[in-house]
Design a protein around this ligand. Structure first.
Ligand code: GRF
Length: 208
């Protein structure tokens, strides 16, 4: 049974998609052990509690400096002894020590087709504003392993979504969530939980 920690900062619709997929059997051999947020008001924490999952908040604001937060954050995560860490809209930079310790065991959902519209500054609506400003006809979402860069780790899954005439950033964001994010993040977790993913020379290999 794959033990999963989900890190969140906002509304938690991706967390909800994971929980619903586990309930419906779309994800097998996995369970969410803990949900951790840096934002005590994140509705994602409510979603976790409603589902009977331990939910806690740990924020850099509660520590005298970043090094103290990084140490406490890693110790707290380690206490749950999870196999996989899922970033579902988590807006805090991970401690380098965490990325090293959980090499190829941290995944992130990004709301574009990496390498487009990603990297520093591209999060939330800014991603969709960039896509609309460039005039792309197709965008989408990407699930990737997290490394020391920003949105630079090995790509696991991607799903394309059409940009439509007159789209606003908000409308496009919602379509990318509904038609891509909420599908490929649970799918990636199920593939990992069932041993279908490996990484070789920085490339993801899907073992059928
Ligand atoms: C999603 O758009 C995701 O792509 C991005 O952050 C947002 C999180 O939304 N990484 P939610 O909290 O899952 O609703």
């Amino acid at each position: 049974m794959l033990k999963v920690a989900v890190l969140v900062s906002g509304g938690g619709t991706n967390l909800q998609a994971i929980l619903d997929a586990m309930d419906s059997g779309k994800i097998t051999n996995a369970k969410v052990s803990v949900v951790i947020s840096n934002n005590k008001n994140a509705y994602a924490l409510e979603r976790a509690k409603k589902h009977g999952i331990e939910a806690l908040c740990i924020s850099p604001k509660d520590f005298e400096d970043r090094a103290a937060f990084n140490q406490a954050f890693l110790e707290k995560l380690n206490s749950y002894q999870v196999d996989l860490v899922v970033l579902a809209g988590f807006l805090v930079v991970l401690p380098e020590a965490m990325i090293k310790q959980y090499r190829n065991r941290i995944i992130n959902i990004h709301p574009s087709l990496i390498p487009s519209f990603c990297g520093k500054g591209y999060y939330g609506l800014a991603v969709h504003e960039g896509a609309l400003a460039r005039g792309v006809k197709v965008t989408g979402a990407t699930v990737h392993f997290v490394d020391e860069g920003t949105d630079t780790g090995p790509i696991i899954l991607q799903k394309a979504v059409a940009v439509e005439q007159g789209d606003t950033p908000e409308v496009l964001q919602r379509r990318v969530m509904e038609q891509a994010e909420w599908l490929i993040l649970p799918q990636a977790i199920d593939m990992i939980a069932n041993g279908k993913i490996s990484v070789c020379d920085g490339q993801v290999i899907v073992n059928e």
